[in-house]
Design a protein around this ligand. Structure first.
Ligand code: GDP
Length: 330
């Protein structure tokens, strides 16, 4: 049985990747921070299944900065594939906690690469990089050769980690890849990201739990994909004969306004009646437009995004209506 190790297994992508790997017959190991015990819901359906948890899915406790423990987990589990998805992934928050963002996403990745460098049985390594490394790019759409120009602490940390992944590939021959992921959403998206904030509020406004939705920059435009498609690209990256970096994106752009329209259409309300602008949510610097060119992933990995944004937003609104109804009933 092929075995894989995942950091960030309790996150949106970690939970989708776990499902994908289990479906492919992998044994899956996840590294979990002790402090993340309260945010395990995304894995609950797997950890409560005795046929899965403890037989094909295992969780190991470690802080990523605890190098000795991480090394021991790697030696004990001997994974063929190592997916590094952990990080403080919220861009807005990274302005408030820039040091821990850089420590965790930047130095944390370097520490893992250093552990791999010393291992006899090196697993293939996938770093979940981000379109935030491009910041305010000179070219559009962005591909793997677009210069990094990050404008947020999160983007700077990810640029450092991305370049280190390249360096360890080129200098030490480690099979290390960057999946440079543009925004990707799902019903499991964290509540502070704009899509989820909108779908959750649309549901709560529909069911009478709130009347207003406070947002920042409505002109922000993003290339928004579906998380389930993006973890498939991560897996494919490690099946290629040689390591490389891949832009994972849809190539389609939508604005925050359009997401509002899609979500509020689903609950048959006018977003204009409920949205207020709160300067608190306007960032010191925002990326205005990011759009990816996923040609390399398409040509070399046979990957393409399967689910469009309208479908994802509809799924998210329906899931949030269900959550809100349960809240009301309890
Ligand atoms: P990001 O691309 O990782 O920053 O993803 P987000 O979902 O956090 O933000 C996407 C876009 O929505 C950015 O341009 C934000 O400035 C914009 N936006 C507007 N209002 C809000 C808000 O209230 N919260 C968040 N998170 N983003 C907002």
């Amino acid at each position: 049985m092929t075995s894989a190790l995942i950091t960030g297994i309790t996150g949106q992508d970690g939970s989708y990747l776990t499902e994908l790997l289990l479906a492919k017959g992998y044994q899956v190991h996840g590294i979990v921070r002790r402090s993340s015990s309260t945010v395990r819901q995304r894995l609950d359906h797997l950890t409560s299944d005795p046929d899965v948890y403890g037989s094909r899915l295992f969780l190991h406790y470690a802080e990523l900065e605890d190098v000795t423990t991480v090394r021991r987990i790697l030696q004990k589990t001997r994974p063929a594939e190592f997916y590094h998805l952990a990080g403080q992934s919220h861009v807005g928050t990274s302005f408030e906690v820039p040091e821990s963002t850089c420590e965790f996403s930047g130095m944390g990745t370097l520490r893992l690469l250093e552990i791999l460098r010393d291992l006899d049985n090196q697993p293939k390594f996938l770093h979940a990089s981000s379109s935030e490394i491009f910041g305010r790019p000179q070219v559009s759409p962005q591909d793997e050769s677009t210069p990094m120009n990050p404008v947020t602490p999160y983007g700077v940390a990810k640029a450092f980690a991305t370049q280190m992944v390249r360096l360890y590939r080129e200098s030490y021959g480690i099979f290390s890849c960057n999946a440079i992921c543009f925004n990707h959403e799902s019903p499991r998206r964290g509540e502070s990201f704009v899509t989820r904030k909108i779908t959750r509020s649309a549901a709560r406004i529909r069911l009478g739990l709130q009347t207003e939705l406070a947002l920042g920059n409505l002109d922000g435009r993003r290339d928004w994909g579906f998380a389930g498609d993006y973890v498939d690209a991560m897996w494919r990256s490690l099946q290629a004969p040689t390591p490389n970096d891949y832009v994972i994106a849809t190539g389609q752009v939508h604005s925050v306004r359009e997401v509002l329209q899609m979500a509020f259409d689903e609950v048959e309300l006018n977003w204009q009646d409920h949205v207020v602008i709160d300067p608190k949510f306007i960032r010191p610097a925002d990326v205005e437009l990011l759009v990816g060119d996923p040609s390399r992933a398409r040509e070399r990995l046979g990957w393409k995004p399967l689910q469009d944004l309208a479908t994802t937003i509809r799924q998210m609104v329906r899931a949030d209506l269900e959550i809100t109804r349960k809240e009301l009933a309890s």
